[in-house]
Ligand binder design. Structure first.
Ligand code: SF4
Ligand code: SF4
Length: 165
């Protein structure tokens, strides 16, 4: 695995902020085994159904970030490939709902971001690999109201997290 030369984030003007703040990256088991399984000691891993949710440990960057680039760039997880799109995944009444959104301040957003149809294809591939061939999957762009709901839920959980510390 070697692709530092092709990594556009090397030109980031905000210090490669993303890979240095790994928080809640969602992975299928195949992606986890390929990119993170052997870094178990360097990350915090949570499970949400079939998904692996990976965050940095002790303020360290993503363990795949080395020498100014991603050492698994060509085989990076789909949520990394989708960025500056992000996924919101929810299982409700046996339907996997995957919403694609993009709130980022990434300075290279215009150049990095995939088209809505490419993003939807990657999101669908991700959900199919994670939840299996029998799963009912709906992929769509986040609406304004869905965004408001997601941002509110995040804020409430942050406030509760602070109060309960
Ligand atoms: S995705 Fe954007 S913000 Fe993140 S490291 Fe790359 S250029 Fe920087
Ligand atoms: S796997 Fe690569 S692109 Fe994804 S967070 Fe880690 S260093 Fe960044």
């Amino acid at each position: 695995m070697e692709a530092l030369a092709t990594n556009p984030c090397a030109a980031c003007t905000i210090d490669q902020d993303c890979c240095n703040h790994l928080c809640g990256l969602r992975l299928t088991q195949i992606e986890f085994d390929r990119c993170f399984r052997h870094h178990d000691d360097d990350i915090v891993v949570e499970r949400d159904g079939p998904l692996y949710i990976v965050s940095q440990r002790d303020g360290n960057a993503c363990p795949n970030w080395q020498d100014g680039g991603c050492k698994v760039y060509d085989q990076r997880p789909r949520e990394c490939a989708l960025f500056p799109h992000t996924l919101y995944v929810r299982l409700h009444h046996n339907v996997v709902s995957v919403r694609v959104h993009s709130d980022t301040k990434c300075p290279l957003k215009a150049q990095l971001i995939s088209s809505q149809s490419e993003a939807a294809a990657l999101a669908n591939e991700f959900a199919r690999e994670a939840f299996g061939d029998q799963a009912r999957i709906r992929v769509g762009s986040e609406t304004k109201w869905q965004r408001l709901g997601r941002v509110s839920r995040t804020l409430v959980s942050r406030v509760l997290g602070t109060l309960l510390r």
